[in-house]
Design a protein around this ligand. Structure first.
Ligand code: DUC
Ligand code: ZN
Ligand code: ZN
Ligand code: ZN
Length: 479
């Protein structure tokens, strides 16, 4: 077991910041000390195996990305990042835990889906990983199978109000699953978009010759998100089940969440970096012409879609993060290449695999929100690490810098700089970056996962297989 001392930095938590040294023994943090402590007469810096100098830098708990899709079969292809490439990209970006989604589709059994995802991830992850369970076919059997999830360390499950024929759940199914979740203490996660209505709009646009990527966002109108969010909230209210709405992008959906929270309902919302920074206007390209023939816009086709900046959706996401009507930011990392993948939808936006890859850039992109004054330093830590840990049953082990917690640490340099781009910062298996040209006033310098230095100034020192499966406890947000 080796020892590590992170010295001279400013330790930032969700509630404050302090000058402190962090002492690590093996995989755990053992002490957070006044700077340059002489513990019982011992000069710590000369007695540990390794010293990391964090002078002038922030020391924060490792990021937790609670929404990723490695190797997800979707849209006639499969998300290009394996658990290995995706978690290496995560490590480079200061994310030391991910929660991916094991998938059950209609006609298959929940247990089979979960076993398949364990098979994909086991021995291949560079950072720690857990699973949520997608319940894609709600029937007697899957409702029964939900009873076994808590023992497997899976304390949250997701349903889809979108994607008819793939993952889609009807209202009666959602109601039954929520009743079961309430009984078991599971957190219900919801993809809240009215899928059947979206499919009608998409077909009508296509039949009018409106086939470019831009129309993906037109078909998936904000009304479709607001309506589904409201419906999910009402069903959750009836059952008493806590609800977590994934990838919120419409300002009207935030309003629904805020209204429910104001009524005292236990509902939560997650947004993603793409909804904070990218917009539908970008998909129009330089010409601003909605028949824009350039297929570039496919890079940003994801669901929920990018929305109009002019309509104020981006501002509403930042505001929701400040008011805590949105509690956290995950990526929904669902990476597809342009070649052979996004290109499947050339001439028909409906066939473009939905997804953006951001796992490497989440910590940086959100830190840029600190630089621009959108959120505080402490809120940055809260929405990227501390709340995800509490929301998904990892509190105590992850999301905090405290004795007994896993030694997952990031040394972040506020005076550093990161130019995001395919040729510069890119460890995902994608053939492009959706974040080309983004400039960050900050830099992930050192990344430590369970006491092992994965990234430092001379590169990547991690390995596939270092990451362990996280058996999660119940959410701390149950009432
Ligand atoms: N949205 C995406 O962008 N990709 C995968 C599934 C989803 O809901
Ligand atoms: Zn989704
Ligand atoms: Zn997703
Ligand atoms: Zn090194």
């Amino acid at each position: 077991m080796s020892t590590l001392l992170v010295t001279g930095g400013t330790v930032v938590s969700s509630t404050g910041r302090t000058e402190a040294d962090v002492l690590v023994d093996g995989e755990r943090i053992v002490a957070v000390l006044a700077p340059s402590s002489n513990l019982l007469g011992t000069d710590l810096a000369s007695s540990v195996d390794r010293v990391v100098d964090a002078s002038g830098k922030y020391v924060i708990p490792g990021g937790i990305d609670a929404h990723t899709h490695m190797q997800l079969p979707f849209g006639g292809t499969e998300a290009i990042d394996t658990f290995e490439t995706g978690t290496i990209a995560a490590a480079w970006g200061g994310t030391t835990s991910i929660i991916d989604f094991a998938v059950q589709t209609q006609g298959t059994r929940v247990e089979e889906g979960l076993a398949a995802w364990h098979e994909k991830a086991r021995g291949n992850c560079a950072v720690d990983y857990g699973f949520h369970q997608i319940v894609g076919g709600v029937d007697e059997h899957s409702l029964k199978a939900m009873e076994t999830l808590v023992d497997e360390g899976i304390t949250s499950y997701k349903m889809f109000m979108a994607y008819p024929g793939v993952f889609y759940a009807t209202d009666d199914q959602i109601l039954r699953a929520m009743q079961k979740a309430r009984e078991l203490g599971l957190l219900t996660m919801m993809h809240a978009e009215n899928g059947p209505a979206i499919d009608v709009l998409a077909e009508q646009l296509y039949n009018q010759g409106k086939t470019t990527p831009y129309f993906h966002g037109i078909a998936r109108a904000w009304q479709m998100e607001e309506e589904a969010t409201h419906r999910a909230i009402m069903l959750a209210d009836l059952t008493g089940a806590p609800l977590y709405v994934v990838h919120v992008s419409a300002k009207q959906a935030v309003e629904q969440l805020a209204a429910a929270r104001n009524r005292g309902q236990n509902v939560f919302g997650e947004t993603c970096p793409q909804y904070l920074y990218l917009s539908l206007e970008e998909q129009l390209g330089a010409t601003g012409d909605p028949t824009w023939g350039d297929f570039e816009g496919a890079k940003w086709v994801c669901s929920t879609p990018l929305r109009s900046r002019e309509e104020g959706h981006q501002d509403a996401m930042w505001q929701g993060l400040r008011t805590n009507d949105l509690q956290m930011v995950s990526t929904d990392h669902c990476p597809f290449c342009m070649k052979d993948q996004k290109e499947l939808g050339r001439g028909d936006f409906r066939a473009i695999p939905n997804g953006i890859g951001s796992i490497e850039h989440r910590m940086d992109l959100l830190y840029q929100g600190v630089v621009t004054g959108q959120i505080s330093l402490e809120r940055w830590v809260e929405i990227t690490s501390t709340t995800p840990a509490r929301m998904f049953g990892l509190h105590g082990r992850k999301g905090v810098i405290a004795p007994g917690a896993d030694a997952d640490l990031v040394v972040y340099d506020p005076n550093g700089h990161t130019s995001i781009g395919y040729e510069k910062t890119h460890h995902s298996a994608m053939d492009h970056s959706a974040w080309e040209g983004f400039e960050i006033d900050g830099h992930v310098d050192v990344v430590v996962s369970r006491g092992s230095v994965l990234v430092d100034d001379d590169g990547f020192h991690g390995r596939a297989g270092h990451g362990q499966y996280l058996k999660r406890g119940l959410t701390q947000y149950l009432t």
